[in-house]
Design a protein around this ligand. Structure first.
Ligand code: GLG
Length: 826
């Protein structure tokens, strides 16, 4: 087994003058413009094209090597890939960042301005999609044969504007003016069937055969996005499918003069890959979403089988040796019955043989325990869109129920719990169950989460198949999340521990011995100060006000959700405001609370919380009585490229979810890696971060999972906290007045209602006091400059565990059983 460490030496050698020549050549020959005329956008495109020459050569060599070695590969199926920008990352990974910088400099162009021209590739909602992006970076870096499969959304996650404090959603258009990285592969177009009916036939030997007569056929067009490994040797691809009308169905209409009808059909087909569902942690029970899922799974499976057949013909016996498919959450779970359909109906394998293959190919990652996020599809909807797949799911379930009966004879309650089909008013298909049953490995994404998956979500599955449910703690790529986004800190680290930490993050431990060293502390905090100045400039530009860079930069960046408890932070900010008004000498170090968050457009309370943060911010920032000590900045349109500016500048990282709700979190890792100190609950990966950095270097507060359960079981009464704690009462009552929304009393009242009248499901009030106390500890610690510097350094030093290379190594060794396949020159 060798998920070996790749060596650092670069494969690409191109010097400054060659790079310069390539950029100018592309300016002339690809863009048809001139140095005198070109704006930054044109320079950006020309620079990308110059890079793309290296990238394409890398893809060619990688694919040839994998083909010649007939490698086993992992196929990462994910409805989301939150890639962000590619140019700076690709330059870094090829080791060409400084070359490009100097080359452009000589051309009178600033690389950092050029980098700002690139639209984010925001084909994801949050953690799940960004995790997929980090994973494919690690796979390429570790020279593993891998391909990401997903959807080529025309519009990624909506662009957020804030108007009068409220979130407004605008369409995202990441490729309106063309995308220089993507490569269309018309030679690999696939067709996908939808709707129609199933015909039962009897074959010669009495074998029952099923034939699906589809009602629609759409085309899937593959676009490849290069994934450049660090060191530039392996360049894998992310293959994204775009839907198009197949023309198959509508030519008759067309010939009969129905030109318009034919065009309508086109539009319908193209709708499939039009837009990313902006839901995070909620189930979007929409027909179109199921079609999206099936569409990309069907295209991807056909693509995999086409490649397999090229090497092995119709011999299916080696399929399980060559192919492993990782399902990133349940979104691609429909791939399981699709592979069964291909094997049974098309390849004519018998059921057991087909099922034997299937259950050795798929592995499934669970990312959430929230019941509202566990996907279930109405059987009726499946029957309409994918009639044959529903039959297959029933058959899988029927056979599985027999297995359950063997283990728990006659126990109908356990059968009802384990059945893929949930009976009720409306029959529902549980995609989580299907995923567990159809996979050979199931993992959660942090120790605590995986334990809860076993104990609470799928306990009987764990009893039935001991060892199948396991943990792989998430990770982040240090290439993007330190090396590229925080160059000043990276250079400082290079000097202390050498330059190969981006490949071996444990090397950061070498910083620990300098944690108490005054000179190093000063250098480390100087870098932080510089980064804070950059972010302050961003805040000024975006929001129009100044922030004091000597203040504590306290950062909470993540999707807006009640369980993540941005409103807990808000109540505490209001309490600080109140304390300052009541006592102008209230002793606190100046603090800037900085937020970034998008709310799902249909999630009313989440949008209300954004509105409340902005309204409270307006008031505080303009109140001369307090604004030397307290500021609040909500930066609009939180996205990967904004995170890259916020994370290096953070002093404090807010990770304050209700214990048991945040499966892992990955922002927590990025912030700590960049020297922010966490204030957090014992939830998700916070627990493992605390284990690494030690109790003295993190501020843990609040109820544990067990305490949350006990409190809920004993009958949680949020009103008790309201009456007991005058500060809680005061700030909640304040929300009901028109103090923050002049002339509009009650505009912020829904938050109070959710916490009192609707039961405070996420225990905000129960954790308030502990949070407030922990924040006082943060304040005290920050004022002791040496203590804080030491804490910050130790946080960076101890993040080695959280490189996504370690996560991938865990997957490779324990689940995927892959070998690295080095790509060499030639
Ligand atoms: C999830 C979880 C996060 C997790 C991420 C990646 O909510 O806690 O870190 O996936 O595993 N749905 C998500 O974004």
């Amino acid at each position: 087994m060798s998920a070996k460490k790749p060596n650092v030496e670069r494969d690409v050698t191109i010097n400054k003058s060659e790079f310069k020549a390539a950029v100018v050549r592309h300016l002339h020959c690809t863009l048809g413009t001139d140095e005198n005329k070109a704006n930054n956008h044109a320079w950006w495109k020309a620079t990308c094209s110059a890079m793309q020459e290296q990238v394409l050569e890398g893809i060619r060599k990688t694919q040839k090597t994998h083909y010649l070695n007939d490698t086993r590969a992992v196929h990462y199926f994910s409805a989301e890939f939150l890639m962000g920008r590619l140019l700076s990352n690709n330059l870094q990974n090829f080791g060409l960042f400084d070359v490009a910088n100097d080359a452009l400099n000589e051309l009178g162009v600033s690389l950092s301005d050029v980098l700002e021209e690139e639209p984010d590739m925001a084909l994801g909602n949050g953690g799940l999609g960004r995790l997929a992006a980090c994973f494919i970076d690690s796979l390429a870096t570790m020279e593993l044969p891998a391909i990401g499969y997903g959807i080529h959304y025309e519009h990624g996650l909506f662009r957020q504007e804030i108007q009068g404090g409220a979130q407004i959603e605008r369409p995202d258009s990441w490729r309106d003016y063309g995308n220089p990285w993507e490569i269309c592969r018309p030679e690999s177009i696939q067709e996908v069937s939808l709707y129609g009916y199933v015909e039962t036939k009897y074959g010669e030997n009495g074998r029952i055969q099923k034939e699906w007569h589809p009602g629609h056929i759409v085309k899937g067009i593959p676009w490849d996005i290069p994934v450049v490994g660090y060191g530039g040797k392996t360049v894998n691809v992310l293959r994204l499918w775009q839907s198009k009308s197949s023309g198959y169905f509508n030519w008759d209409v067309f010939n009969a003069g129905g030109y318009v009808d034919a065009q309508v059909e086109n539009v319908q087909a193209e709708t499939i890959s039009k837009v990313l569902y902006p839901n995070d942690e909620t189930e979007a029970g929409k027909e179109l979403r199921l079609i999206q899922q099936y569409f990309f799974c069907a295209c991807s499976l056909k693509d995999i089988i086409r490649r397999y057949k090229r090497a092995h013909g119709d011999d299916w016996s080696r399929f399980i040796d060559q192919v492993v498919i990782q399902l990133n959450d349940t979104h691609p779970a429909i791939a399981i019955p699709e592979l069964m359909r291909i094997l049974v109906d098309r390849a004519e394998l018998d059921w057991d043989q087909a099922w034997g293959i299937c259950t050795k190919v798929f592995a499934y990652t669970n990312h959430t325990l929230l019941p509202e996020a566990l996907e279930r599809w109405p059987a009726r909807m499946l029957e309409k869109i994918l009639p044959r797949h529903l039959e297959i799911i029933y058959e899988i379930n029927h056979r599985f129920m027999k297995e359950v009966d063997k283990k728990w004879p006659g126990d109908n309650a356990v059968k009802a719990r384990l059945s893929i089909i949930e009976e009720g008013n409306e029959k529902m298909v549980r995609m989580g169950h299907l995923s567990v049953i159809g996979s050979f490995a199931v993992n959660g994404v942090a120790e605590l989460h995986s334990r809860l998956v076993k104990q609470n979500l799928f306990p009987e599955f764990d009893a039935l198949w001991p060892g199948k449910l396991t943990n792989v703690t998430n990770g982040i790529t240090p290439r993007r999340w330190l090396k590229a986004c925080n160059p000043a800190l990276s250079k400082l680290i290079d000097k202390k521990v050498g330059a190969d930490w981006p490949l071996e993050l444990k090397k950061l431990e070498g910083l620990e011995k300098y944690a108490g060293n005054k000179t190093f502390q000063k250098q480390f905090m100087q870098v932080k100060q510089q980064n804070k100045q950059l972010l302050a400039a961003e805040i000024k530009e975006s929001l129009g006000f100044d922030v004091d860079t000597n203040a504590i930069f306290d950062v909470q960046i993540k999707r807006l959700h009640e369980y993540k408890r941005q409103h807990l932070a808000l109540l505490h900010i209001m309490a600080l405001y109140r304390r300052l008004l009541e006592n102008p000498d209230y002793d606190m170090h100046p603090r800037v609370f900085i937020f970034g968050a998008k709310a799902a457009p249909g999630y009313k309370l989440a949008k209300d919380i954004i509105y409340a943060i902005n309204k409270v911010a307006d008031k505080i920032n303009n109140d001369a009585r307090v604004n030397q000590k307290l500021k609040v900045a909500f930066l609009p349109n939180y996205r990967v490229s904004l995170a890259e500016k916020m994370i290096p500048a953070a002093d404090v990282s807010e990770q304050i979810s209700t214990a048991g709700k945040e499966a892992s979190g990955t922002g927590n890792m990025k912030l700590a890696l960049n020297g922010a100190v966490t204030i957090g609950t014992l939830d998700g990966a916070n627990i493992e971060i605390a284990e690494e950095v030690g109790d003295d270097n993190i501020f843990i507060f609040g109820l544990t999972v067990d305490e949350v359960n006990e409190l809920k079981a004993s009958g949680y009464k949020p009103y008790d906290y309201y009456y007991k704690n005058p500060e809680i009462k005061a700030v909640l009552d304040w929300l009901e007045t028109d103090y923050f929304t002049p002339g509009k009393p009650g505009a912020l009242a829904s938050i109070k209602q959710s916490l009192l009248d609707h039961g405070d499901q996420y225990l905000v009030l129960a954790d308030y006091e502990a949070y407030s106390k922990a924040q006082e500890e943060v304040d005290k610690a920050y004022r002791d400059k040496e203590r804080w510097a030491k804490m910050a350094i130790i946080n960076t030093a101890k993040m080695g565990k959280f490189t996504s290379d370690r996560s991938i190594r865990d997957y490779v060794e324990r689940i995927w059983k892959l070998n690295a396949c080095p790509v060499r020159k030639g």
